[in-house]
Design a protein around this ligand. Structure first.
Ligand code: HMG
Ligand code: MG
Length: 299
């Protein structure tokens, strides 16, 4: 490993809450985002400007974003699927967006009602507008290690979609194991294949923990050179269009791992653990972070 700083992208308020049966009040969503930023996160994915019919949990995206007391030096990206979402996001002053595509045709259809080619064509004007407005754009590729509908996903499809999004102007490509089926060797091989075409410095990994492999996969990719990791406080999350997918790797667990390796995140683990316990209690769900359960504040 060379560079000792790892940038976490906290996705709990979006990836986590989009899938919770219990809808949180807008004020609690805002409090969650603000607590995560106060814990030291420099990037907190705040919400999604998607169709409220498709994801009702994100219907209050504009209210959430507009209500935030945004801190200097912290990015608050939001998901945007199309120009309509972009307009809604810009109306409340969003400065960073994420477009989200997939390496699997079947998942693309179920998730955003478009083929991969149609989705890329849909993103092009969004990215163009964002560039003109000096809005940063992140790109997601879902189903990089398996698809709930299609099964195996050829690596060549992952590489092609990642490269295309990068060439279209995304500053970073987040590689998503949407249903958490990957293992460390496969994650490493997938990252190597993409990094042959997109600079490693422009890649992030996004592991769901369905099979309990997310932390191992994260470590394998860090050893391989990735320096941006998506994670979700208390392991919140899933995808409403990927049945059975569980939450992301827990942010607390990733921070504990990285600090133990002597890597820096800028995150106060104690404050993060507090936030994970608070949100788990509010949602009346089990805390999905092992560190969140075990951590002693004197440690
Ligand atoms: P569609 O039905 O094909 O859209 O959905 P449409 O353009 O035909 O419009 C239909 C209706 O939706 C219209 O309303 C539009 O106005 C409205 P009507 O006239 O019928 O009343 N509409 C919108 N409303 C608000 N905001 C918008 C918007 N767009 C259309 N932006 C669409 C296509 C993409 C909109 C839909 O499929 C959608 O919203 N999908 C989002 C699904 C989603 O959010 N999935 C979870 C996020 S992805 C994920 O979790 C994976 C990730 O974490 C990485 C990983 O783990 O791999 C990122
Ligand atoms: Mg996800």
């Amino acid at each position: 490993m060379t560079d000792t700083h790892i940038r976490l992208v906290e996705v709990g308020p979006r990836d986590g809450l989009q899938n919770e049966a219990r809808h949180l009040p807008t004020a609690s969503k805002i409090e969650l985002i603000e607590r995560l930023a106060a814990a030291g996160h420099c990037s907190v994915e705040a919400t999604s400007f998607v169709s409220p019919r498709w994801v009702p949990q994100m219907a209050d995206a504009a209210e959430v974003y507009a209500g935030l007391n945004r801190q200097p030096g912290v990015a608050y990206p939001v998901l945007v699927p199309n120009l309509q979402g972009y307009e809604r996001a810009r109306a409340v002053g969003v400065e960073e967006i994420a477009v989200f595509g997939a390496a699997s045709e079947a998942f693309s259809q179920r998730n955003i009602n478009a083929s991969i080619a149609e989705s890329l064509a849909r993103f092009a004007p969004v990215i163009e507008r964002a560039r003109a407005d000096q809005v940063r754009v992140r790109g997601y590729v879902s189903t990089v290690l398996g698809c709930p509908y299609q099964g195996d996903v050829p690596l060549s499809d992952v590489v092609r979609v990642a490269r295309t999004l990068y060439q279209m102007g995304c500053y970073e490509i987040s590689l998503g194991d949407t249903i958490g089926v990957g293992t460390a060797g496969k994650a490493r091989a997938m990252l190597q294949a993409v990094a042959a075409e997109v600079p490693m410095a422009a890649l992030a990994v996004h592991f769901h923990d369905t099979y309990g492999q997310a932390l191992a996969n994260t470590l394998a990719c860090i050893e391989e050179g990735v320096r941006a990791v998506d994670a979700s406080v208390a392991g919140l999350g899933g995808c409403p269009y990927a049945a059975g997918a569980s939450g992301n790797v827990a942010s607390e667990d990733v921070v504990y791992l990285l600090h133990g390796l002597g890597l820096e995140t800028g995150i106060d683990l104690s404050a993060l653990v507090e936030t994970g316990r608070w949100i788990s209690a509010l949602l009346q769900r089990n805390n999905g972070s092992k560190v969140g359960l075990a951590f002693k504040h004197s440690a």
